[in-house]
Design a protein around this ligand. Structure first.
Ligand SMILES: [Zn+2]
Length: 260
């Protein structure tokens, strides 16, 4: 059984004291932790400087009847899901795909969240980082993080959870998409929507030389400097325009990137 003290020791072993960090986590991967998700948040909060996690909300998404071509979206088929969409509001729970830890963070008094209706981030001591996000530039917080020599923390998840690789794709000139979201002020257009992350694990051997890895309970915990990850990922994508794409035959976004 792990306690939050074990987590603090682990995060300190990775050398992340007072560092700005974007974290991605699977609570289940650790095995049993006394106090559950709250203990992970306490451990992160005690150790790190500014830290953020994705608090994305996909249920705000709507599909217009028509829109730009080559957008990896079937406008006709998308109509049937529109009735399930909900307008974004600041306290909207993060999508279950984000895991339970961002949800636990949301209930802390010092929690702050950016305002993107699909691709929000939330965190502690990260007001300036979160404020950089705009509808046009959903990954601006990652630029702010790299400018502060930030780190990526993968807690029991692999590179397919690493949002920073989407930012690398954008910086490498890879195709971005347009999506739409419901808000309290109506439907808004959200450019800069990323591709698919299902093929991202292929980068693991490339970033291993500068990845710090430890075991915490049953979980593999990895820390990577964001700048080094971006540089390596951009090199790889520029060298091979199909790099980090997935192999699913029905993946519309990867198919669209391949067509480009
Ligand atoms: Zn794909």
């Amino acid at each position: 059984m792990l306690t939050f003290n074990d987590l603090i020791v682990a995060f300190e072993t990775l050398g992340l004291q007072k560092k700005p960090v974007i974290a991605h986590a699977s609570l289940r991967s650790f095995g049993f932790i006394e106090g559950g998700a709250d203990s992970v948040v306490t451990g992160l909060n005690h150790t790190l400087g500014a830290f953020i996690m994705p608090t994305h909300t996909y249920k705000t998404m709507v599909t217009p009847a028509s829109g730009p071509a080559n957008n990896a979206i079937n406008y006709a088929r998308g109509q049937q899901w529109n009735r399930l969409s909900e307008p974004f509001y600041t306290d909207m729970p993060a999508d279950p795909m984000m895991g339970v830890i961002p949800e636990s963070m949301r209930h802390w008094p010092e929690f702050q969240r950016s305002m993107h209706p699909i691709l929000s981030f939330g965190g502690f001591r990260a007001e300036k980082i979160l404020q950089t996000q705009t509808l046009e530039n959903p990954f601006a917080p990652l630029r702010a993080l790299v400018e502060s020599d930030g780190w990526i923390l993968l807690l029991g998840v692999d590179q397919t959870a690493n949002t920073s690789l989407h930012f690398a794709e954008k910086l490498a000139g890879r195709r971005q998409f347009i999506r739409w979201a419901l808000t309290e002020n109506g439907t808004v257009t959200c450019p800069g929507f990323p591709g698919c992350s299902a093929g991202f694990q292929a980068i693991e051997p490339e970033v291993r030389p500068f990845t710090k890895t430890i075991k915490v309970g049953n979980a593999t915990v990895q820390a990577l400097p964001l700048r080094a990850l971006l540089i390596r990922a951009i090199e790889i994508i520029k060298k091979d325009k199909y790099a980090l794409l997935c192999n699913r035959s029905d993946c519309e976004r990867c198919a669209e990137v391949r067509k480009m």
